[in-house]
Design a protein around this ligand. Sequence first.
Ligand code: KG4
Ligand code: ZN
Length: 324
Amino acid sequence: MLIFAIESSCDETACAIVKDGREVLSNVVFSQIKTHQKFGGVVPEVAAREHLDSIGVVIKETFEQAAISPKEIDAFASTVGPGLVGCLLVGLNAAKTLSLVHNKPYIGVNHLQAHVCANFIESDLKPPFMCLLVSGGHTQVIRVEDYDKQEIVASTIDDAVGEVYDKVARLMGLPYPGGIMLDKLAQEGNPKAFSLPEAKVGEDEFSFSGLKTALLRLTQSFKGKEMPIKDICASFQHRVSDTLIKKTVNLADKYNYKTIITAGGVAANSELRKKLAQLNDKGYITYAPKMKYCTDNAAMVGSCAYFNPIKCANSLELEVFSRD
Ligand code: KG4
Ligand code: ZN
C-alpha cells in the first residue's frame, strides 16, 4: 500500500511517500527554523503562512523524488493534531484535496502516534514495547500492546523535555531551537561538574520545572564571570537523560516489557540514545528512530496512516485539533 503523507503541525512543512508503513520512497522536509529564529520561538500565524507558501513545492518535490505519479497512490494522509491549528489546516486541506481529486481515501493521523511509528520505518520492530516519547510539546511513557492498542503510563506534570531544552538553551544565549546546540556543547563538557536536582514525583510522573529553576540560578551565579557553558550543558543533559531512562526502565519492568524504544525530537539526543543502547547489555531490546525520523517529518505520518490511523466512519469529516 502506497501512502502519500503530509506533516504540518508546527514549523516543518513535510511530505513523504511510504510503502506498507516501513519503506520510505521519498521524504522531503522544509524547515522554517530560520524564519522563527529571530523571534526566539515559533510564531503560529507566521508558521501557517509559510506552510501555505511551501506546501505546493514540497508536494511536487516528493512525487518527483520517488518518481511516482499521484495516480499510483492508494491513500492520502495528514496529521490532524495535536499542533498549531492554522498550520494543521494547511496539511489537512492539501491531503483531503488530493484524496478527492484522485478518488482515493483520506487518512487522519495523530502526531504523537506518528512519532511512535517512526520506529517502524526501515526496521523490524513489532509490538509489544514500552515507548519513551520526548518532543517539544510532550513527555510520555506509552505502553504499546499492539499497533492500535496503547496506554499512557507516565507523563509530565509541567514542561515537556524538548521545551526545557529550548528554555535552558535560551538562558545560555543559544539560538532557537536550542536542543541540538545544547546537545553538541554537552558532548564536550563534564557531566559531573554540577550536581542538579531530580524531581521527587510519582512513578507515573515527570517534572522538570525544578531543574529549570536550578539552571536559572546556576547561570545567574556566573553573572559578570565567564560561564562554563559546556559543563553546564553536560550536567543538565546527564540529569535529564538519567531521569528519563530510569523511569522508563522501571515502568517496563513493572509491566514486564523487554523491548524499550524512544521517539520524538529529543530522541535525537546523543546521551539519551547512548543510555538507551546501554540497556542492551542488561537484557533489554532497544530501538530508536533514525535521526532524520526523530524530529517532525512526514515519513512517520505515512507509517502511522498504515499501522495506526485515526478510526472514524467518514475520514473526510475529520477536523484538526490543538491539544491531546
Ligand atoms: O518532535 P519535534 O520535532 O516537535 C514536536 O513535536 O514538538 O521535537 C522538537 C524538539 C525541540 O524542543 C528540540 O529542541 C528538540 O526536539 N531536539 C533535541 C535534539 N534535537 C531536537 N533535544 C535534545 N537533543 C537533541 N539532539
Ligand atoms: Zn513532533
